[in-house]
Design a protein around this ligand. Structure first.
Ligand code: SAH
Length: 272
């Protein structure tokens, strides 16, 4: 496979887009002091207590539980060192509700509210490996459609220089912002809007990944992909089932590859 180019991490400076319906608005995962309304005298770190603690049921530290999850994912065939390192680094238990913490490192999707789920780690790993295939170095700018609880965005923050992630449900967009605050990831940009339109202001993207599946791949995503870039998304194929689809944008055109069947929540238009 031809090496895919990187992209500058810096974006042309632009004011955040309005929050109007259908338009995405950039919200930094971690507002800077300048943006916050906190008193300026005696700045003090705000500590938000997090009731979610590492799983203790297995008698292991969360680090060790994660290592075991990573070994299982390796056994499924994932080999990309950067993806495995990200899975080891990001504490998945911080993205699920207290009652589900003990299942956080099982290879299963879990409810995150509003009828949506955090994707199975094995599938997330597979998709990220496809996104990074043939690339040992970090990707440039990437776009995720379907922020959900923010877990995959946190993983991508280790694999790309800038991560743009869009969510159409306000409640989940806010939940992701709360979840990600703890991690302090300045290269993750949370957007509220309809991801079917992509996010033109950040384009072109070295990689685009969707966590929700539609009948087809929206044209905007392909338009916003850089030449040499790759898109990984679930989509309904001619056989009428949802499969992982990889789209490579090459200098000579689009190459679409259909892979194994998957089961993702539906891609919906508009915001709610
Ligand atoms: N990556 C997420 C997975 C969330 S599930 C995680 O790590 O938790 C997929 C998400 O896609 C849902 O939250 C759903 O609301 C969202 N979604 C569906 N259609 C969308 C659209 N058009 N634009 C943005 N988000 C969308």
């Amino acid at each position: 496979m031809k090496p895919r180019p990187g992209f500058p991490a810096r974006l042309p400076s632009s004011a955040p887009a309005p929050t109007a319906r259908g338009k995405a608005a950039v919200v930094a995962a971690h507002p800077t002091a300048r943006e916050s309304k906190a008193p300026v005298l005696k700045p003090k770190a705000v500590h938000v207590p997090d009731r979610r603690v590492a799983p203790t049921g297995l008698g292991m530290e969360s680090q060790a539980v994660r290592a075991s999850m990573v070994r299982k994912i390796q056994a499924q065939g994932v080999t990309h060192a950067g993806v495995l390192a990200a899975l080891q680094a990001v504490e998945r238990h911080r993205f699920v509700d207290t009652a589900l913490v003990n299942q956080a490192y099982e290879d299963t999707s879990l409810p995150i509210g509003l009828g949506q789920t955090i994707s199975k780690p094995g599938v997330v790993a597979r998709m990220l490996e496809l996104l990074c295939q043939g690339r040992a170095e970090k990707l440039g700018r990437v776009l995720e459609i379907g922020t959900g609880c923010g877990y995959q965005a946190a993983l991508m923050s280790h694999l790309a220089r800038e991560v743009y992630t869009i969510e159409r449900l306000k409640g989940l967009h806010e939940k992701a912002r709360d979840n990600l605050r703890w991690f302090r990831l300045p290269n993750v940009h949370l957007l509220f809007g309809d991801g079917m339109l992509g996010y033109a202001k950040g384009a072109p993207y070295a990689g685009i990944i969707a966590a929700a599946g539609g009948n087809d791949i929206p044209a905007a995503w392909i338009d916003q992909l850089a030449v040499g870039g790759r898109l990984v998304a679930p989509a309904v194929t001619a056989a009428g089932r949802q499969n992982l689809v990889v789209v490579d944008k090459t200098a000579t055109g689009i190459v679409r590859t259909e892979l194994e069947p998957v089961l993702f929540v539906p891609l919906k238009s508009g915001v709610a």
